[in-house]
Write a protein that binds this ligand. Structure first.
Ligand code: ADP
Ligand code: NA
Length: 328
């Protein structure tokens, strides 16, 4: 029996990942390494679906890989690679595109959100979920650790795998999304009805993993809550404080009940102050570790080349299988 196969990716589209990426996905990446055969990638092919600067993209791919290692992705145990170094990804994407209905692709809500923010929308942004399906199916993936915003893309991936298998014979493992409920959507600190994102409207809305610890503290302390000053979990009516409680429970290894009990009758000041310390303590060391990995570029590139080689061994086998099934 093989260990479950796990795969996930993250875009190198900012200088730093954020707390939503970490709690929604990256923390699970690290934990799953203990029980799974894991493939983790920096998805630079996805990053070019919106405007980009070549030099910046190259650098961000390296900074992204270094951050993943700083968080605990271990390239000795998991394949860590950059997507563009494995040409099987766009090759299988073409095949999956030929399985995808135009209307089916048109229903992807993330495309609607992202294209609304662009001056000029590309076909690449439209077909992004098809490349993502190929990313996943190439590795015969069982589980895909992601945040809630990826659920619809995972459903499409499953539909495409089932359809291909039905038409051409068993070829792909049908993957499951691996979404941790409590941290599936971390909310923006300034607008807690929205998800935390690098495109947050307020500079206080998003905590970056590479922020200075004092910046992190300030952002937590100025998070929007409500006027009744009661630390109580109620995501519907108290989205701000409930979001902070989810962050506290995850990073502080505690529970929502314990947090409510601890801060009963004490108001938001103490709670936010303590959470600010928990956040600064947990995320503070990541910046220095990232810097260390970036200091030796030759070693970093060697690690990524090795990861790509490991990935290609699996990806090329799946692609060959799909080629044969489809009549090439
Ligand atoms: P972004 O959403 O910032 O553009 P990505 O699309 O590269 O980042 O997402 C990387 C991973 O982080 C995905 O698995 C995504 O679901 C997860 N993620 C992003 N934002 C959040 C959030 N606010 N809460 C939980 N998970 C998130
Ligand atoms: Na996202």
């Amino acid at each position: 029996d093989r260990k479950p196969r796990v795969l996930s990716g993250i875009q190198p589209t900012s200088d730093s990942f954020h707390l939503g990426n970490y709690l929604g996905a990256l923390r699970q990446w690290v934990a799953l390494q203990d029980v799974a055969d894991a493939f983790y990638m920096v998805v630079d092919l996805h990053a070019i679906t919106v405007e980009h600067e070549p030099k910046v993209l190259h650098e961000r791919s390296r900074v992204s890989a270094a951050q993943l290692m700083a968080l605990g992705v271990d390239p000795e145990r998991s394949a860590l690679f950059v997507q563009s170094q494995v040409p099987e990804h766009p090759m299988l994407a073409w095949i999956m595109g030929a399985q995808t209905g135009f209307g089916e692709a048109g229903r992807m809500t993330q495309f609607k959100d992202k294209s609304a923010k662009q001056e000029r929308t590309t076909v690449g942004l439209f077909t992004y979920p098809i490349l993502q399906a190929a990313d996943i199916l190439l590795y015969q993936t069982d589980q895909v650790p992601v945040g809630e915003d990826q659920r619809q893309h995972l459903e499409l991936t499953r539909d495409l795998a089932i359809r291909f298998n039905g038409t051409y014979g068993q070829t792909f493992t049908v993957p499951d999304a691996y979404i941790v409920k409590e941290t599936a959507t971390i909310k923006d600190l300034a607008e807690p009805e929205k998800k935390m994102s690098k495109s947050s409207a307020s500079p206080r809305g998003c905590v970056y993993l590479l922020d200075e610890p004092n910046q992190m503290r300030k952002k937590i302390k100025s998070a929007v809550t409500d006027s009744d000053a009661e630390v109580r979990y109620d995501p519907e009516r108290k989205p701000g404080v409930s979001n902070l409680m989810n962050i506290y429970a995850a990073l502080g290894s505690t529970t929502l009940d314990k947090i409510e009990a601890e801060y009963a009758g004490r108001g938001y000041g103490d709670f936010k102050g303590d959470l600010a310390e928990v956040v600064a303590d947990s995320l503070g060391p990541i910046a220095a570790r990232t810097k260390e990995y970036l200091a030796d570029r030759a070693e970093l590139d060697r690690i990524l080349a090795k990861g790509a080689e490991k990935a290609r061994q699996v990806a090329s086998r799946t692609l060959a299988k799909a080629y044969k099934k489809i009549g090439f």
